[in-house]
Ligand binder design. Structure first.
Ligand SMILES: Nc1ncnc2c1ncn2[C@@H]1O[C@H](COP(=O)(O)OP(=O)(O)O)[C@@H](O)[C@H]1O
Ligand SMILES: [Mg+2]
Length: 408
């Protein structure tokens, strides 16, 4: 692949950087683009995987047809088959009309399956069939449908391990990864880090009409040496925060350090300590302790909301059953009464329970949940899996919440 074509593709998509491993990845995408093979893009979260299916589509004969990106981790397990493959009217409760799936909608084009390792095994079986035969069944239908679609998938998961642990079908893995493209982590891209930082800083100040920031030699060295666990996404986030709060100034090493999560690494253990509030041991720690208490509370509220959501689901299920029996649904505020019957599991002020028990969550609870998620993502440098574990929710739920609260 000639260098000039690669540079042109980078410019067209807004991909910044000249690291050989990145250039090689773009070159591979361009080379495979015109050939109808499945491609698997791997790389850490935030590394820039999403550019690659876009390159592949735009440089393929399918470029005038549809391109659909699906985040497999963000769709609830119960509806994913129907979203991808569509359903017939009456296929399940609530399916009042039939629905086109993405495989029908993007017919002739490209579908990007992001976070593909999150697909449930049943969906994996359906996907394998489409890839092998171009055929699939809508949910609730036995009529074979045909589609002509190119699949590009991406993951930040170690697929070999997912296969070994039985979470991902081996046959599907090989089928998807006919060609694989690896996006290098930011820490291995040398000077690209500085190119990206400068670009993000100037984009920010142009867009928001704020005075430019610049970087001291020390800050530049620190950026080059830092691990960037959240990769380009994290760098962008850090630079934009500095562009806002340090507008017009030269960023020193110390200033930069304040924006890198390692500075607050001491906050990490608190959530693993269960429900005991940390004890302040000295004056110097009191700020930290306050921070910790705040975090603890957010996490508690979050857990309680989860429990209540579960209860609500159970109640809804019960109601639906009952409704069928009596052929009518009596609209009693069951949710609230159930919450009151159950003794609070944790000693928390009753108003917290009340807020979270409302049918529409109160502003406070939603804010706190958002805050808890934001803090946890920050602590885990954007690694959603780790944040989900810490918050004790599924990754899928976390994705949904991130979308809901616009925390992307
Ligand atoms: N080389 C790059 N040049 C410019 N922006 C980039 C680059 N790589 C990543 N980004 C930006 O970083 C963010 C994260 O990239 P994304 O493709 O969503 O990561 P991933 O899908 O690998 O988690 C996006 O805002 C993207 O535009
Ligand atoms: Mg992504």
């Amino acid at each position: 692949m000639e260098e000039s074509r690669i540079q042109q593709a980078k410019a067209r998509l807004g991909i910044i950087g000249n690291a050989p491993a990145l250039t090689k990845a773009v070159g591979r995408a361009l080379r495979v683009a015109p050939i109808d093979l499945s491609v698997l893009v791997t790389g850490e979260s935030g590394a820039g995987k999403e550019f690659f299916p876009a390159i592949i589509h735009q440089y393929s004969p399918r470029k005038h047809a549809k391109y659909i990106a699906v985040n497999c981790g963000a769709i609830p397990e119960g509806t994913i088959d129907s979203e991808l493959f569509g359903h017939e009217k009456g296929a399940f409760t609530g399916a009042v009309t039939s629905r086109k799936g993405y495989f029908e909608e993007a017919n002739g084009g490209t579908i990007f399956l992001d976070e593909v390792a999150e697909l449930p095994l049943t969906t994996q079986a359906r996907l394998l069939r489409v890839l092998e035969t171009g055929e699939y069944l809508k949910v609730g239908s036995s009529e074979v449908q045909k589609t002509d679609i190119r699949v590009v998938a991406a993951t930040n998961v170690d697929m070999a391990r997912a296969v070994a642990e039985g979470r991902f079908r081996e046959d599907l893995f090989y089928r998807l990864a006919t060609v694989s493209i690896t996006v290098p982590p930011l820490r291995e891209r040398g000077n690209d880090i500085l190119l990206l930082a400068r670009k993000f800083a100037s984009d920010f100040s142009e867009k928001n009409r704020t005075p430019q920031i610049s970087f001291s030699d020390g800050a530049r060295d620190r950026m080059l040496a830092y691990r960037w666990p959240g990769n380009v996404r994290q760098l962008k986030n850090v630079v934009e925060q500095m562009a806002l709060f340090e507008a017009g100034s030269e960023i020193s090493t110390e200033t930069l350090a304040g924006y890198l999560p390692e500075a607050s690494a001491s906050l990490v253990p608190v959530l693993h300590r269960g429900r005991n509030l940390p004890v302040a041991t000295g004056r110097g720690e009191s700020d930290h302790t306050y921070e910790r208490e705040r975090e603890m509370l957010f996490s508690l509220i979050f857990k309680m909301r989860k429990e209540i959501e579960q209860l609500r689901e159970d109640v809804d299920a019960l109601r639906a059953k009952e409704g069928k029996l009596r052929d009518s649904i009596v609209d009693t505020p069951l949710t609230t009464s159930i919450v009151k019957i159950h003794p609070p599991i944790i000693d928390a002020p009753p108003e917290i329970l009340d807020t979270t028990a409302e049918e529409l969550p109160g502003e406070t609870a939603a804010l706190s949940e958002k805050e808890a998620i934001r803090l946890s993502l920050e602590r885990n440098s954007g690694r959603r899996k780790a944040a989900a574990q810490e918050l004790n929710i599924s990754e899928r739920t976390l994705y949904r919440k991130i979308k809901e609260y616009g925390l992307e």
